[in-house]
Design a binder for this molecule. Sequence first.
Ligand code: GDP
Ligand code: MG
Length: 166
Amino acid sequence: KSGFVAIVGRPNVGKSTFMNHVIGEKIAIMSDKPQTTRNKISGVLTEKDAQVIFIDTPGIHKPKHKLGDYMVNVAENTLNEVDAVMFMINAEEGYGRGDQFILDRLERVDKPVFLVINKIDQVHPDQLLPLIDQYREKFEFEEIVPISALEGNNVKHLLQVVKGHL
Ligand code: GDP
Ligand code: MG
């Protein structure tokens, strides 16, 4: 099994951290600053049963200037080329307009979309269900997986879920 998986989400939700954790190398540039990774940066995960090529897609959020427009276009083209999409959110933050901008674009993409709730190390488990309900109202996700990209919690499970859809 092999396939391409795009990672989308608001700035600072942990996309680069996830990539680094999974690939095990500093391929994606990590920063607290939004928009540090401007291009499609991919990391390849090769395992016995599967090869997954991840594409960090930082540019897909409401553009504030012309370069931002260009980046949204790059990101949207990426979404049409992949086999599945990981939509990552920060468990500490609720649903917001930044998410809706991305979900509106994902509505036009006919690929499985996984809701990845990151930074669960920062919240009480009781906070997860209301958060999940909130997002389920907005979009029909193929699967919903809570993780901590920083500590690695549940990342193996997420990879199993992703591989199951390739
Ligand atoms: P990106 O903009 O989506 O690529 O986000 P980054 O990967 O650059 O992460 C933004 C910040 O969140 C960094 O300071 C990371 O260390 C932090 N971060 C990422 N994942 C986690 C996590 O699972 N738990 C916690 N506590 N912090 C995280
Ligand atoms: Mg990043």
